[in-house]
Write a protein that binds this ligand. Sequence first.
Ligand SMILES: Cc1cc2nc3c(=O)[nH]c(=O)nc-3n(C[C@H](O)[C@H](O)[C@H](O)COP(=O)(O)O)c2cc1C
Length: 171
Amino acid sequence: MDIRVLVAYATKYGATAEIAEKIGELLRQAGLQADVLPAENASDLTPYGAVVLGSAVYVGKWRGEAAKFLEANEKALARLPVWLFSSGPTGEGDAVELMKGWSFPEAQQNVADRIGPRDIVILHGALDSKKLSLPEKLIIKGVKAPMGDFRDWDAIASWAAAIAEALKKEG
Ligand SMILES: Cc1cc2nc3c(=O)[nH]c(=O)nc-3n(C[C@H](O)[C@H](O)[C@H](O)COP(=O)(O)O)c2cc1C
């Protein structure tokens, strides 16, 4: 399988980086090549036949590095199969329902529309109170988001499997 996939991510505290690493690992197990890189370090898309991009969500927004990556590489991404994920909601239950209507950062909606991703998903995130600043703890208290690691590794694995399946069909 010749397709080389870039899995780019933007993280503040590491939870999204670990999701991206997992996706990369699963794509490799499925027989694809995959490089997992922080979005700010991924500038040259020429080696890649597909891109997965994910960002942690902070107060309804993507991290700047992911937003910049999407905007700076719009033309190249529009020609490639692209999958996007946001990681954020904590708590039990469906990730989409936990987001209460939020599906993608508004500021990047137009560029995403022009790129035409194969899929855009929301994945559960993780909150570690020991890592957060006091203002961040207050924000979290205000929105009553539960602390803890709610990442759904099964959901991540099925999403990665769907990506691998789609790429192998095109392969
Ligand atoms: C200050 C703050 C604001 C957040 N805002 C949101 C939000 O608007 N929507 C959401 O789903 N998650 C929100 N989160 C949860 C994070 O997205 C979640 O903890 C994510 O897994 C963090 O990823 P990271 O470790 O890669 O930075 C927020 C977390 C913090 C600390």
